[in-house]
Design a protein around this ligand. Structure first.
Ligand code: NAD
Ligand code: ZN
Length: 344
């Protein structure tokens, strides 16, 4: 097992290893003594791992309540939040009790948000079960839900008290969902670590998660509340979000980010802002995981969605620009120049 210390305003450990779920009580007993907790999960993940977690905690003396909602982005809303809050009240949870998010990014974001507002905030533990949640959403404290006006528009910063990532849980992931996480892992490689970029697909997944979380922790520690450096994590996301929306969400977030990395890197190479050959390396890495890198949208289409990006300020938009593999910087341009800059 490997441990990363995340030194945010409220520091915590991320533990990454195999077989951690069956020893879950041992993994949390130093921070949460046996008492009441609520296990929050979606139907798919609960049916795979819920009982095992409940049993392990129950045997160690914890009183475990559970609440399960249907999987999928449609559940990431205030209605689910209200039903989870009701479950917390019904269980009689007090401020010293805690919640556990067992699942992917959706469960983590919703459970984290509920934990941030129930009794003005209770502790929560993240148990990510997708690669994307393990390397991205479970660390950093961004929690929230979607509204009819857009994704993740209601939320709070609320750091977990621990993250337990059992990489054995990835064995049940459908390949598409696994490779969505691979795209985000490649993102970390391009932002910060060329060796990591080339290790993806070759090194053990436990090692990849450890290295990605290390980068995320480092960036979040420097900019916990997202005023500057944390924006680097949006590499590939400006046009990734456009592609996700243009495909009517048929292309998953992770895969759209993979394509978004290609769009921005190609544009930067053309503009002389990035070493040549980086875009080809990203495409090769994505193709190795059977990800189709053919982009069928025009620069105009990509630009129009990017204009509704919540990172846009007036007529300026900040892009994350790769200079070479392992180094990205922030670059602000006028939105008037965006379509020409994309130049597909
Ligand atoms: N908070 C953040 O910083 C942050 C960062 C990135 C993404 N996100 C959010 O994360 C969400 C996406 O996360 P995700 O990709 O993990 O999606 P997800 O939570 O929907 O999980 C994907 C699917 O995989 C299933 N699943 C999960 N673990 C499984 C397992 N081990 N075996 C089999 N099936 C399993 C789930 O039931 C679900 O159907 C989005 O809502 C996004 O906005 C948040
Ligand atoms: Zn992402």
């Amino acid at each position: 097992m490997n441990t990363i210390n995340v030194k945010t305003s409220k520091p915590y450990e991320v533990r990454v290893g195999k077989g951690l779920l069956k020893n879950i009580a041992r993994e949390i007993s130093d921070i949460k003594k046996p008492g009441k907790c609520i296990l929050i999960s979606d139907d798919t993940v609960f049916s795979l791992y819920g009982e095992a977690v409940k049993t392990a905690l129950g045997e160690a003396g914890y009183t475990v309540y559970e609440t399960v909602f249907p999987h999928g982005e449609e559940s990431k809303n205030m209605e689910t939040v209200l039903s989870l809050l009701t479950a917390c009240f019904e269980a009689g949870l007090t401020r010293s009790d805690f919640a556990i998010a067992l699942g992917g990014g959706i469960v983590g974001d919703v459970c984290g948000f509920v934990s941030s507002i129930y009794l003005r905030g209770i502790d929560f533990i993240q148990i990510p079960t997708t690669l994307l949640a393990a390397i991205d959403s479970s660390v950093g404290g961004k929690t929230g839900v979607n509204t009819d006006y857009g994704k993740n528009l209601i939320g709070a910063f609320h750091q977990p008290v621990r993250v337990i990532c059992d990489t054995d849980t990835f064995s049940t992931l459908p390949y598409e969902i696994y490779t969505a996480g691979i795209c985000e892992a490649l993102k970390y490689g391009v932002i910060r670590d060329k060796d990591l970029f080339y290790a993806i697909g070759n090194a053990d997944i436990e090692d990849i998660v450890f290295r990605c979380v290390g980068i995320k922790a480092d960036i979040v520690e420097n900019d916990e509340f997202d005023h500057g450096e944390r924006q680097l994590l949006n590499f590939g996301h400006t046009f990734g979000h456009s592609i996700e929306a243009l495909s009517d969400f048929k292309i998953s977030h992770g895969h759209a980010v993979g394509l978004g990395m290609i769009v921005i890197t190609r544009a930067c190479e053309k503009a002389g802002l990035c070493e040549s050959g980086v875009c080809a390396e990203i495409e090769k890495a994505l193709n190795a995981f059977e990800i189709d890198t053919n982009i069928t949208y025009s620069a105009k289409e990509l630009e129009s969605y990017a204009m509704s990006d919540k990172k846009r300020k007036g007529n300026k938009i900040t892009l994350v620009i790769p200079e070479k593999l392992g180094k990205c910087v922030l670059h602000t341009i006028s939105t008037d120049d965006l379509e020409e800059f994309i130049g597909l």
